[in-house]
Each structure stands twice: as C-alpha cells, then as structure tokens.
Design a binder for this molecule. Structure first.
Ligand code: 7RM
Length: 630
C-alpha cells in the first residue's frame, strides 16, 4: 500500500484527494483484494444522508486480513497476547494459526445456524478469542456488536435488545489487575431479559466455577473441536454491515453506530499504514480494549489488513506496578505504541523509577487517542517514553468516523504539542460559527464539522436512520457535525478543545450526561439530578452530579455511596460520579431547562463569573449550590 513519506508529498496527496476524491480513493482501494470490483466509488451526499462507497463491489474483509497474508507471512506472528499476570506465559498466534482459528469458529457459527446479517453480541475479555469471534462473524457476514466487558448487565440487556442479537459470546471470567470480573455471571443476569438470544457461547479462560444452562449455553471448545480449519470466506457486498458499536451521545440511549464493509476496510487499512508510518515486520501495540472503536480499527482490523503483528494486552497499566507498559514494550520489542492521555497522566505521577531497567529502544512511533492531550503529558510522553526520538501522533477521531480523521502522519507532519495537526487525505474539516456558517481563515475557533464523505464513516444508526440524520446531519445542513469544539491556528493546524454537547469524556470513555442522570434518578429517594463534567488531573474529565432528594436524608455519605453503586450497576463502574452534591434545587430557566453552563462553572470551582442568571426561575438556588459545592 502506498505510504506518504514527505510533507510535500502529503500536501500534494491532500490536494489531489480533495480535488479528485473518487480517483484518489479508488487508487487506495486497488491495494486490497476484491472478489468483484466496484461500479461506482462514491454515491450519495450529506444532504440526503445516503452515502455509499465502492457500490457493486464484493469482498470479504477477513480475506484481506488473513488469507492474503498466508503466503508470505503464514508463520509470522499476527497476535501476541500479553496476559494480565506477567508471570503467566504470553501467547502468540501466527497468521496461519489465526486463519485456522477464525475458520473453525466461522464454521462453528454456521453450524449453529448463524446467517449473514444476524447480530452477534461479543462480551469478551482482552484475549485472542475476542478478535477471533469478531473475524469469524465478518467471515460469514454476521454483524458483530462488541460490548465492552466493563459494562453492567443492564447495559448489556439494552444493547442486545436494541439490535436483537441471536447469540452472545463470552468467557467465564477475567482478572484485571487483582480484580476478578465474573463475565458469565453478568451475562446470565442479562439473559433473563433478552428474548432474542438463542445461545450463549462460553470460552473457558480461567476455569472459574460457572453455571452452564443446558440447551442455552455452549462451550467454545466443544463447538470448534470437530470444525474444519478451512472456510471459504463469504462474499459480501461493499455496503453490507460489518459491525455495530454502541456509543453515547447527548440525548437518549446509546446509539448502535453501524459500519459497513468496503469503505471501513479501505479507510482503516490506509490510515493504519500512514498515520503510524507502519513498516513491514513491525510490532504494533494498541492498549485500547476491543470493546471500543480504537480496539476495532487499530488493534484488530488495521494491523491485520497490513500484515502487522498486533499486541493484545489483557491487563492494566498499573499492575503489578506502574512499569507494566514499559515491561511489555521491552519484552515484545514494540515499535509502535498507541495509548490514551489518561493512561499517560496516571503514570506521570510515579516518577522516573518506573522506567528503571526497561529497554525502550525498539520504539519508533508513539500515538495517543481518546481525548485532548495536555502539553505537560505530551512532553512527558515524548521525553520519557520516546526519549525525544519518536514522533507522537495525536489522532483525533470518533466511533462514527471509523478511523483517524485529523492527525499527524508519523515522520512526515511537523508536530505541535497538543495539536492533532492536519486532516488525513480525503478528509475536509471545517469550523462553523453560531450562525451555521463556515469560518474561513486561520487563527479561528468553532464547531468542528466535516464537509465531504470519507470511506470509513458510519452509515446509519442501527434500526433508526432518522436518528442518524438528526444527530449528525441536522445541526448544520449538509455537514457531518462531530460534537467537538476546535481551534485552527495561524498555521492551519487543528487543536480539538473537547465536546461542545452534553457528552463527557472520562478517561477516554464517552459518557452521555443524560445516561448518568437516568441512572441516578432510578434511586428511590432521588427526585431529579443534573450531571456535568469537570476538569480532572488524570481522567481528563470527572463526573459531577447535582442531586435533589425527596425527603431529608439522614446520612448524605450513605446516599452518595448508594448512588455511586447504583450507577455502577446500571451503566458500569467507569461511569460512577466522582462528586455528588445534594442540593435543594437546580438552576432552571422559566421554561424548565437546566442551565448547565452554571453547573459546569460551579463544578469547575470557578464561581467568580457565572454570567447572566437573570433568566433563572429562582436565582437564589445558585447561591445555595455555590455554597455547598464539593
Ligand atoms: C477514538 C475515540 C470520540 C471523542 C471525540 C473527542 C474525543 C478522541 C481525540 C479526542 C482530542 C484527540 N472514539 N477525542 N480523540 N479529543 N484529541 N486526539 O475516542 O467515539 O470513543 O470518542 O473523543 O471528543 O469526539 S470515541
């Protein structure tokens, strides 16, 4: 695949990609394997929200990830699995082995009656079988819906029911650090309320004592025992769905963002190779979980499409100590390391001791994703991990974008700390003002939109195309609205400033304030709540909840604890509020709208200037909340 190698070349490629997008993307697409080539490159537009890429083409993405690599890289490692416990032996799968496992599991799914278009929920720890399950689905055209294994049973229920999954694939249990997570028990609880599920497939990972419900529950190993290691990859149409991934927005329940086959493949394969400047034979390590889009695109699909060696890390950066990432880099001679700012900040506090006796000389490129990276963290990463010798690619993108949209190209784009820098070829970012117009020139700030389709973009929200249109294409007619605020500096470089909607980003996890409010409101003494983000040294943003109770609560501390536990149960532990303030009232306008702007200021601890409060129904509540801020 073509790789951009100089800044001049980037500028030329970028120009060409904007002037002749179809020509540009068809050339990129030529580097993949197709069962049948496309009739048209791009159809549709953002007015009608009916985008299609490579229509008429037929392909199988796993043929591009696996079969294609067998001849020259059959014995090369495809996946290195690094276990939670560093004393346990790591596992490797060569391309040949991974291909065989995927074929076996694809055959097993077929034998169970899984068909093209069926939705399969994957609720797995970070083990190769998670990736094998995804690829096996793709092999037969089933749509995978991976649910992050940190989500609660209630969240799992919502996700399974929304897309009517017929199978769920899980494991008995997993350890993360010293904590044991009983996945099968969580699934058992969920399956009481998911009538569409026919079978639950269980991979025995930890020999944990679990209950297997006869007829319903099946062991992974029994299914693959006699399954053939050959499977002729099914032929998918370019726009056949590949996967659904649920993501939070400012309103309502999480949306099932749907990605399709050909465009996603081309975009993710191309951006992996270019953003990271990936070279043949390199070891790539992305620390994201397969339950998030980063795990999909740059742990599984992107690296495999390029025949790379990809690391799957089961553990956490702090176990058994804060040197774990560096141990892993040393042990597997990692060349490219991709992690989140929150992980960097959490390690930063532990001094230089954590690098003692760790050889990081294999590193060539570093990356970050998930949230804005502050300058301090950027420099720490650069100096301590990259030894001032590795470019840092600050990659801005979203679940909906499929792959990286704005980012430096390693060794090509001149860097600027905390800037995602410039758009990838084919990506046309614009900043919009309050009147819904494009802001021209440099040294400006506005809401970030994309004005032309790119192959990796989501096509719809599963089962609700109107919601897709409404969420992303109605704020600015004819534009894709990202929900992010952004600056463009004098050099035309982009710096993402964070969400401008009611989404908060906690340790790179996207959480809708409405979701947390709904969870809190379920508590029996809670009348109403309002949730906002506040700046948090390590997590980026923390969750601050203002809560009104219906009767005098004896012990606020007990109530806070109950609320936290309840949110954990309803959404997952990562969504637990950091701060809870019990209040008598919320600042509402006469029309009943909560003025979040005021709450955000108070949560930030900046109450000097709360702006105009004259439209409030009862301005006195503001003083009360200010006085009781936690
Ligand atoms: C890949 C991913 C998307 C939101 C997005 C931003 C924020 C992601 C960066 C970033 C600043 C970055 N998908 N975000 N990357 N902000 N710089 N490099 O994270 O759907 O889970 O989240 O994350 O706000 O809209 S996501």
């Amino acid at each position: 695949m073509k790789q951009i190698s100089t800044f001049e070349e980037y500028k030329a490629e970028y120009k060409r990609s904007v002037e002749q997008p179809e020509q540009f993307w068809s050339e990129v697409a030529e580097d993949f394997e197709w069962k049948k080539k496309w009739n048209t490159v791009l159809d549709g537009n953002f007015e009608q929200v009916n985008i299609k890429w490579f229509d008429g083409a037929e392909l199988n993405i796993t043929e591009n990830c696996l079969d294609r690599n067998l001849k020259e890289k059959g014995n090369q490692t495809a996946i290195i699995w690094e276990p939670n416990d560093p004393n346990e032996k790591f596992r490797t799968l060569t391309y040949k082995e991974l291909h065989a496992e995927v074929c076996r599991f694809a055959n097993a799914l077929k034998n169970l009656g899984v068909n093209k278009g069926d939705r399969i929920c994957i609720y797995m720890p970070m083990i190769p079988e998670g990736a094998i399950a995804m690829l096996a689905c793709a092999r037969i055209g089933a749509i995978h819906s991976v649910v992050f294994a940190g989500f609660s049973a209630a969240s799992l229920i919502d996700r399974i029911n929304d897309s009517q999954c017929s199978f769920v694939i899980t494991a008995d249990a997993v350890y993360r650090g010293e904590k044991k997570i009983e996945l099968k028990k969580i699934v058992d609880e969920a399956l009481l309320q998911t009538p569409s599920i026919k079978n639950c497939i269980v991979f025995n990972h930890r020999d944990s004592a679990i209950e297997m419900k006869p007829e319903r529950d099946l062991w992974w190993k029994d299914l693959v025992k006699d399954a053939s290691a050959e499977h002729a990859a099914g032929s998918m149409n370019a726009e056949d769905p590949l996967f659904i991934l649920y993501t939070s927005g400012s309103t309502g329940k999480p949306k099932g963002v749907l990605h399709t086959t050909a465009g996603y493949m081309v975009y993710v394969g191309y951006t992996f190779k270019n953003v990271f400047n990936y070279k043949e034979g390199e070891v790539f390590c992305c620390t994201a979980d397969i339950g998030w889009v980063t795990g999909h695109s740059y742990l599984v699909y992107g690296p495999l499409l390029n025949g790379a060696t990809t690391i799957m890390f089961e553990g956490t950066p702090a176990y058994p100590d804060h040197g774990r990432f560096w141990d892993m880099i040393d042990k597997h001679r990692v060349n490219i390391f991709y992690t989140a700012p929150t992980a960097i900040r959490s390690l930063q506090a532990h001094g230089n001791e954590i690098f003692k006796n760790k050889n990081l000389s294999s590193l060539r490129v570093l990356g970050t994703v998930g949230e804005p990276i502050n300058e301090e963290a950027w420099h720490w990463y650069n100096e301590n991990v990259g030894k001032s010798n590795c470019p840092i690619v600050d990659t801005w993108w979203q679940t909906e974008t499929g792959g990286v949209l704005i980012s430096p190209i390693a060794n090509v784009t001149p860097l600027k700390p905390s800037f995602a820098t410039l758009p990838m070829p084919g990506v046309q970012p614009v900043l919009m003002n309050g009147d819904g117009e494009e802001i021209s020139g440099n040294g400006v700030e506005g809401n970030l939109c994309i004005k032309f389709p790119w192959p990796g973009m989501a096509r719809t929200v599963f089962g609700d195309h109107e919601r897709f249109r409404q969420t992303y294409f109605s704020t600015y007619k004819g534009y894709y609205f990202t929900g992010d605020g952004c600056k463009r500096d004098e050099d035309g470089y982009y710096r993402i400033t964070g969400r401008v909607d009611d989404v908060i980003n906690v340790s790179g996890h996207r959480i809708g304030t409405g979701e947390v409010e709904d969870a809190i409101d379920e508590h029996n003494v809670v009348v109403e709540s309002a949730v906002v983000g506040f700046p948090h040294d390590i997590k980026g943003q923390g969750i601050y909840a203002f809560v009104i109770c219906d009767k005098k609560v004896d012990d606020d501390e007990v109530l806070r604890k109950e609320i936290r536990e309840h949110v954990s149960k309803v959404i997952g532990a990562f969504a637990r509020p950091d701060k809870i303030q019990i209040v008598k009232g919320l600042p509402k306008t006469r029309s009943g709208k909560i003025m979040r702007r005021i709450l955000r200021k108070i949560a930030e601890g900046d109450t000097s200037n709360l702006g105009d409060t004259t439209t409030l129904l009862d301005p006195a509540v503001v003083d009360e909340i200010k006085a009781g801020a936690v």
